[in-house]
Ligand binder design. Structure first.
Ligand code: TYD
Length: 360
């Protein structure tokens, strides 16, 4: 990754959702490896947390939090005006499928209306900036492979897979992707779109599968596997995802979409068992924690399989993941074992007690 090139192009960066899991990893990287000013637009919702950014000493100088709700159009215009961005990295989204089943409203507002407001504010800003800044400007929209629907036992998603979302969450992300593409096609706004597979790693809010399992293991509570546990996800370590996003901003072609997968396909059964074994080894537990696994009622509309073919981004931008699933899981289990206070803090603030969500 050529950070020198990045630094010269993007001095002011507006990151939306920078207090979230992927956004936090991205901002940490930007603060460590660039000299850019980072404006972090985040509404500081239930899963937002700034611990990771606050650990970096330079954060107070180059990191500016703009506590803004994307569904408020005037505030979004104000945020763009204040940050005068060379690059917008749009990561803000409600992202938990189970919560989208219980309460789709929030997903429609944040993911669809929020993206629309940001696109409009970005377009109006971009049209009125000097030529050089206009040439370099990019709007990078971070999305998910879930917009492509569910795969059978074979095949993989790629850049030309048709959209077929099935949950309120994936439908809201698909809608936002369509808006982003339309603003590129109709108004020439220089957008880049990435669709990633399931992210995991440190600082993920413990409602998603991997941190939830680790939290349950630490608490010695039963581990809920939905349905028969043979659903497949393609796990991507968050740092590899950050590499992909930055490469796309540096070298990507405006108007292009890129798929970023982790080469980490696993059934839920396999990943849960592996995490139990890593946990037992690290915590010196003699009786296998696998006995905590329990099969619970399936998620409504549970997608069977996701898998990404990452050949395009590998060939075009020389992106390759650095973390195997085994290595990533080990690092993640270690991190949660050593950061239980962080977990307690964030779940308490969100009033989340590890209960089952999304059964409506
Ligand atoms: P999740 O982390 O919610 O991501 P997504 O649904 O966006 O892929 O879930 C990953 C997989 O794990 C998915 O197949 C649902 C399953 N799952 C469980 O079996 N038990 C759980 O408690 C959770 C949260 C998820």
């Amino acid at each position: 990754m050529n950070y020198e090139k990045f630094r010269t192009k993007y001095r002011n960066i507006l990151v939306t959702g920078g207090a979230g899991f992927i956004g936090g990893a991205l901002i940490e990287r930007l603060l460590k490896f660039t000299t850019s000013k980072i404006y972090n637009l985040d509404y500081m919702g239930y899963a937002s947390d700034l611990s990771r950014i606050n650990l970096l000493r330079e954060s107070s100088l180059r990191h500016i939090l703009l506590k803004t709700d994307l569904s408020n159009k005037n505030s979004v215009y104000d945020a763009i005006k204040e940050s005068s961005p060379d690059l917008i990295l749009h990561l803000a989204a409600e992202s938990h499928v189970d919560r989208s089943i219980d309460n789709p409203d929030i997903f429609i507002n944040s993911n669809i209306i929020g993206t629309y407001n940001l696109l409009e504010a970005a377009k109006d800003f971009w049209r009125n900036i000097p030529d050089l800044k206009k040439q370099n400007f990019k709007f990078h929209h971070v999305s998910t492979d879930e917009v492509f629907g569910s795969l059978p036992d074979n095949g993989k998603f790629n850049e030309s897979t048709p959209y077929d979302p099935r949950s309120p969450y994936s439908a809201s992300k698909a809608a936002s992707d369509h808006l982003v593409k339309a603003w590129n096609y109709t108004y020439n706004l220089p957008i880049i779109l990435t669709n990633c597979s399931n992210n995991y790693g440190p600082y993920q809010f413990p409602e998603k599968l991997i941190p939830l399992i680790i939290s349950k293991l630490i608490a010695r509570e039963s581990i809920p596997i939905y349905g028969d546990g043979n659903n497949i996800r393609d796990w991507l370590y968050v740092e590899d995802h950050v590499d992909g996003i930055l490469l796309c901003c540096n070298e990507g072609i405006p108007g292009q979409n890129y798929c970023i997968g982790g080469y980490g396909e696993s059934t839920n059964n396999d990943i849960v068992s592996t995490i139990c074994d890593i946990f037992d080894q690290k915590s010196n537990i003699k009786k296998s924690s696998r006995k905590l696994i329990s099969y619970v009622k399936d998620r409504p509309g549970h997608d069977r399989r996701y898998s990404i073919n990452s050949n395009f981004i590998s060939k075009q931008l020389n992106w390759h993941p650095n973390y195997s699933l085994e290595k990533g899981l080990e690092l993640t289990v270690d991190w949660y074992l050593n950061n239980q206070e962080w977990c307690h803090k964030v779940v308490k603030r969100a009033n989340y007690k590890g209960e089952r969500l999304g059964t409506n």
